[in-house]
Design a protein around this ligand. Structure first.
Ligand SMILES: Nc1ncnc2c1ncn2[C@@H]1O[C@H](COP(=O)(O)OP(=O)(O)OP(=O)(O)O)[C@@H](O)[C@H]1O
Ligand SMILES: [Mg+2]
Length: 235
């Protein structure tokens, strides 16, 4: 199992947002966490990534992460692409942002990884000298993804990558994320856009007011949109 989460509680001070979360993501699997605004998606991803306080069990590739801070969790193979591409530095160029992402890799591997990332996202190669803040929303999302991939994670946590993107851009982004299957990593995708998630994930769970409540296969999600709507509406 790439990611194992059990009895996880997370929140802010005395405010408990996520309660008794249990989920597993196998190596190479894409799992969607669907939920409405305020359901607790970002809190859950932050708790797994170690940037939000939590208690409970989180193991990555069999290694317990409880007690490790966000940096050590990243070193263990976990990468979070936060909501709103917040892992980017707007005044820095595309290449400088990628170089920051590469810091966790041994020196000898960095040049090769940079090449691989440019091959995976040719638009970033074209824009390598442009400040990240001047990229389009879709391009920024690609860069946010590439920065996270730069450290060769075994688990990628994607927090609403579809946010604020036009339908055509979303198609392109879905195709790019789909390409990550070749890398064999596990992906936990938090989304409100269930159509976007259905294109990518073989399985989904629903987060509603901080608790998981049911789920199914990605195919089911595509076939029975009304079910997804009902689930999302209750949050
Ligand atoms: N820093 C914070 N301090 C206190 N409460 C917070 C904080 N951040 C989020 N919350 C609360 O936690 C709950 C869940 O928020 P969270 O951001 O995890 O939801 P979400 O599912 O990611 O929503 P969205 O789709 O809007 O991104 C909300 O009620 C929110 O008000
Ligand atoms: Mg959120």
């Amino acid at each position: 199992m790439a990611l194992h989460v059990a009895s996880l509680y997370a929140g802010y001070g005395r405010i408990e947002v996520c309660r008794d979360i249990a989920l597993d993501v196998r190596g190479g699997e894409f799992l969607a966490v669907l939920g409405a605004n305020g359901a607790g998606k970002s809190t859950l991803l932050g708790a797994i990534a170690g940037s939000i306080a939590s208690r409970g069990t989180v193991t990555l590739d069999g290694k317990p992460l409880a007690g490790l801070n966000a940096r050590d969790r990243a070193r263990s193979g976990l990468a979070l692409v936060p909501e709103g591409r917040r892992n980017l530095f707007a005044p820095l160029t595309v290449m400088e942002n990628l170089q920051l992402g590469l810091r966790l890799l041994p020196h000898a591997e960095r040049a090769r990884m940079l090449q691989d990332l440019y091959a995976m996202f040719p638009i970033l190669s074209d824009r390598h000298a442009q400040p990240a803040g001047l990229l389009s929303g879709g391009e920024q999302q690609m860069l946010a993804l590439a920065v996270a991939l730069a450290r060769k994670p075994s688990l990628l946590l994607l927090d609403e990558p579809s946010q604020g993107l036009a339908p055509l851009v979303l198609q392109h982004l879905a195709a790019q994320i789909g390409e990550l299957r070749k890398l064999g990593l596990a992906v936990l995708l938090a989304e409100q856009n269930h159509r976007f998630a259905a294109q990518l994930c073989e399985r989904y769970v629903v987060l509603s007011s901080g608790e998981l409540s049911g789920g199914g296969s990605g195919r089911e999600l595509q076939d029975a949109e009304h079910v997804a709507h009902a689930l999302l509406a209750e949050a």
